[in-house]
Write a protein that binds this ligand. Structure first.
Ligand SMILES: Cc1ncc(COP(=O)(O)O)c(C=O)c1O
Length: 290
């Protein structure tokens, strides 16, 4: 937490280190809740409406009544951005089931709890991010939709965290999760793309992944750049044949990958990632300065 981090809670904005929620909040006790991660640049949230829509879909999927209207959420976001000392940063919007007595039943919680943190976020702990990171294909599998649909952005990240622990222990920067059928899904907090034979390829939503908003933006940008895009099932072996590889996410933004397990990702062609990254930055600037 940075000392200037803020938190919107119960209609007030306070220093984040002073904000607290009850030990009886079911978000804490049972991971019963949802969240969105948003980024703002030049005081404007990138893709705000897409995030609000996904928030609503996550809430509906777990039968959670959001305690504020969408307009009230937009206002709260605006207020916290205005008070934040920098014009760009990261927002974490969390909605928990709220306070209830012990016991898993959501009916014990009459009122959901909503708070928003404004802070900085670096999802990968390396200073050499531009040179590419090292990705470990984790043995922990992504939860299948039959157990917990990965499209729900819920407070249950333990299987992602277990994957990340594997990566940490192996001295790698981030983990990649396969589904229970052995196909590539996504990173622990990001989606994955490869470039192979001048085509931009990413796992199919049917393989069980969070439908990243940045993923969507990248697919659109690729089409504008005239690249062929494909959403397909990929084995780890297929992934290793990539000419280039990168991760996308609101927190991650765009992160090039230079190594998967012990395999170096290299290409003899002119790399396409720099053009995609440049177009992404320009898209963010155009969006947030209008
Ligand atoms: C598991 C997972 N996948 C992908 C993403 C990327 O999604 P987005 O681009 O909407 O931030 C995230 C973002 O937090 C995530 O947690």
């Amino acid at each position: 937490m940075n000392k200037h981090a803020l938190c919107w809670l119960n209609e007030k904005i306070i220093p984040a280190h002073q904000a607290s929620i009850s030990v009886f909040d079911h978000g804490l006790l049972y991971g019963d809740g949802i969240f969105e991660g948003l980024r703002f640049y030049s005081n404007k949230v990138f893709q705000l409406e897409a995030h609000l829509q996904r928030l609503q879909e996550s809430a509906d999927a777990i039968s959670l009544k959001i305690p504020l209207s969408q307009d009230q959420i937009r206002q709260a976001i605006q207020q916290i951005i205005q008070q934040y000392p920098q014009d760009s940063g990261y927002l974490r919007l969390v909605i928990t089931r709220g306070i209830g007595s012990l016991g898993i039943d959501p009916l014990k919680c009459p009122q959901a709890n909503l708070f928003i943190i404004a802070d900085e976020l670096a999802v990968i702990n390396t200073t050499h991010i531009d040179q590419g990171i090292k990705l470990l294909v984790a043995s922990t599998r992504r939860m299948p939709a039959e157990c917990l649909d990965p499209k729900i952005k819920s407070l249950n990240y333990l299987n992602n965290i277990l994957s990340r622990i594997e990566a940490n222990k192996a001295g790698m920067d981030e983990a990649l999760m396969l589904n229970t059928r052995g196909f590539v899904t996504e990173g622990t907090v990001d989606n994955i793309f490869i470039i192979k034979d001048q085509q931009l390829i990413t796992p199919s939503p049917s393989d069980g992944l969070l439908l990243g908003i940045t993923r969507d933006v990248i697919l659109q940008i690729a089409k504008q750049l005239g690249l062929t895009t494909k959403e397909i099932s990929m084995t780890p072996d297929y992934l290793l044949q990539a000419d280039e590889c990168f991760l996308t996410g609101t927190g991650a933004e765009l992160i090039p990958v230079k190594q998967i397990n012990q395999h170096q990702i290299t290409t003899t062609q002119k790399p396409l990632f720099p053009d995609i990254a440049k177009a992404f930055n320009q898209t963010v600037i155009n969006y947030c300065q209008n």
